[in-house]
Design a protein around this ligand. Structure first.
Ligand code: AGP
Length: 607
């Protein structure tokens, strides 16, 4: 979960890399650095420090650095704390390197190559530079191949050799690298968003292939030294989606984009009024024959999976497990050829999810991934992939990726019902018409964002916030609670409202803010009773309820927001937008960095 960039060409590299690192900062922002070299070769000039990219930019201006070839890095600390020494790039001998990933055997390598006392940092990355230096006798490919064979773990490495001016080498294992030609040279990055300002043609560097970038373009060789074919991809979203679009933070922009990106995700997958996954190669046989489903994901993606579980179990009648990817392999999962595994991941690079998916496939499970980043590792590791069309999601807190994941799950549920002959034409049409209403319903909620802002202000100074609901309402509150925690740092707990009275209600005191969601007719009376239980103990209840609900109860809320009305199973969509906006406004009004919350990174590529 670091961001890496490399550029070589005729332009000044420092500005290009600093701009790119700002785009990549959502991947990690403890420290940053660049290394520059030019046509004359010689040792690269390394400028790095703890802090944000903007601090690095000031340092570069002070030092008045220049060069036409360089590598840059923005870090989320793993091995070695946050410090100037531990910032990347790292130099060792003739080698300058940046690294995203975790080298698990770095201590063994320190012993094997007698590096004790020779390293300047506490990082595993500097160890890689030292091992490369050990093998480097003038042939970069040979040195890289020999080094890679010694490494255990994940890595995206970009490397410069001081006696090979103007060239950047790169190799990866699990951690992402994309590369492209520019009009004057070549560029590589962790994320295509940093490449888009230069070109729309790029490729994902295949694992364990070595690329060489130069002004003449890009060459790629496999580990046996044979030239390898590059499979080019085209960026299919417009660049305007990778800037803030006039909003103070990406998170607000991405919340506002949801109606459009849901249309982008849904409309191309409807043919003759029915969901259609022909383009993804998903056949009805696969959806009809599985006996159960296992969703593996993390964080927000897992919360999307919980909604998918409710939809599929209630409409298809097969069992769905939703398993935290980091737990999956360690809890003796029962998956086999009759278990359809669905891996959900915005980045497509979450290693917990990737490793769980690989494990499930080894058990013979058919697999579909729902991913937002084209060509990502999880997309390539699954049998089929359904891409969400949310565009680049820069804010660390996921919003539009979550609701587009839900949109795909609605489509998949419908296709599964049709494949199993469960729905009549009328049922299908009613369901699909409701799905097509979602963008307009979301726009209705977004038009009331000022009212939601006032509601958010009522919890601005809260220390703890509880969120209670049942069934689907509970699933969306798990996501709403995560959003509030990760962007506002307020402790929040989503609780199944029926379970609260079995202990946790002891924490409810007067003035405790409780957000309650009531959207499921079959659960409404019980949910309202549970709300009364907390309200009678002094809780300040913020009630999100369907717009047309007639409440016989005496006023059991302190604030109420009436949601636009949809069929119960679709109420997740408007309710989620309200919860996203509440979290956003609390963070905004607390003056926090909404897009880059402390301790977090957008992509978690460590287990
Ligand atoms: C989202 O708000 C969180 N930042 C985080 O939980 C995220 O959903 C999780 O890390 C999974 O990421 P992925 O979807 O890229 O796999």
């Amino acid at each position: 979960m670091c961001g890496i960039i490399g550029y070589t060409g005729t332009k000044e590299a420092s500005g290009i890399m600093l701009d790119a690192l700002e785009l990549l900062e959502y991947r990690g922002y403890d420290s940053a650095g660049i290394a520059l070299s030019d046509e004359n070769g010689g040792p690269a000039r390394i400028i790095k420090r703890a802090g944000r990219v903007k601090d690095l930019r000031l340092l570069c201006e002070e030092k008045n650095v220049s060069g036409h070839c360089g590598i840059g890095h923005t870090r989320w600390a793993t091995h070695g704390g946050v410090s100037d020494e531990n910032a990347h790039p790292h130099g060792y001998g003739k080698i300058t390197i940046i690294h995203n990933g975790i080298i698990e055997n770095y201590r063994q390598l320190i012993e094997k190559y007698e590096l004790d006392g020779k390293l300047k940092s506490q990082t595993d990355s500097e160890v890689v530079a030292a091992v490369l230096s050990h093998f480097y006798q003038g042939d970069p490919y040979s040195a890289i191949r020999k080094t890679v064979l010694k490494l255990k773990g994940t890595f995206a490495l970009a490397i410069m050799f001081e006696d090979i001016p103007g060239k950047i080498y790169a190799v990866r294992n699990v951690s992402p690298i994309v590369a492209a030609n520019t009009e004057d040279g070549a560029i590589l990055s962790s994320d295509v968003a940093a490449i888009v300002p230069f070109t729309t043609q790029y490729f994902v560097v295949p694992e364990l292939n070595v690329v060489c970038l130069s002004r003449e373009g890009i060459e790629m060789y496999d580990l046996s030294g044979d030239k390898a074919r590059i499979d080019w991809l085209t960026v299919d979203w417009d660049i305007s989606r990778s800037d803030k679009g006039g909003y103070p933070f990406y998170m607000e922009k991405e919340i506002m984009e949801q109606p459009d990106v849901i249309n982008d995700t849904v409309l191309p997958r409807i043919k003759d009024g029915k969901p259609d996954f022909t383009a993804e190669g998903i056949k009805d046989e696969m959806l009809a024959s599985c006996e159960r489903i296992c969703v593996i994901a993390c964080g927000t993606a897992m919360h999307a999976g919980l909604v998918g579980k409710s939809l599929i179990q209630s409409m298809i009648g097969i069992h769905v497990d939703v398993v935290m990817a980091s737990e999956f392999m360690y809890n003796d999962p029962v998956v086999n050829d009759k278990t359809l595994v669905i891996a959900i991941s915005q980045s497509g690079e979450t290693i917990d999810t990737l490793e769980a998916l690989k494990f499930a496939r080894k058990c013979g499970s058919p697999s579909i991934s729902i991913v937002n980043v084209k060509g990502a590792s999880i997309a390539r590791a699954s049998e089929h992939v359904i891409y969400t069309c949310a565009g680049p999601e820069i804010a660390v807190a996921s919003t539009k990726a979550y609701t587009t994941q839900l949109a795909v799950l609605y489509l998949l549920t419908a296709r599964m019902a049709i494949a199993r002959g469960l729905w009549s034409e009328d049922q299908t049409k009613k369901y699909m018409d409701e799905l097509l209403r979602v963008p307009d319903v979301m726009k209705e909620v977004l038009s009331q964002k000022e009212e939601i802002h006032h509601i958010a202000d009522t919890i601005l100074n809260a220390k703890d916030v509880f969120m209670i609901g049942r069934g689907l309402d509970y699933s969306i509150l798990l996501e709403g609670s995560l959003k509030l925690k990760e962007v506002s740092y307020i402790h929040s707990e989503a609780y199944a409202s029926g379970e609260l009275k079995h202990g946790t209600i002891a924490l409810i005191t007067s003035e405790t803010p409780v957000i309650a969601v009531v959207t499921q007719d079959k659960l409404k009376s019980k949910e309202l009773s549970n709300i009364k239980e907390v309200q009678s103990r002094g809780a300040k209840v913020i009630l999100l309820i369907k717009g047309d609900e007639v409440l016989e109860q005496e006023k059991i809320w302190s604030r109420i927001f009436r949601l636009p009305v949809m069929e119960d199973e679709f109420m997740v969509m408007p309710a989620s937008v309200v919860l996203q906006l509440i979290a956003y406004y609390v963070s905004l009004d607390k003056g926090l960095d909404v897009d880059k919350p402390r301790n977090l990174a957008k992509v978690v590529t460590v287990e």
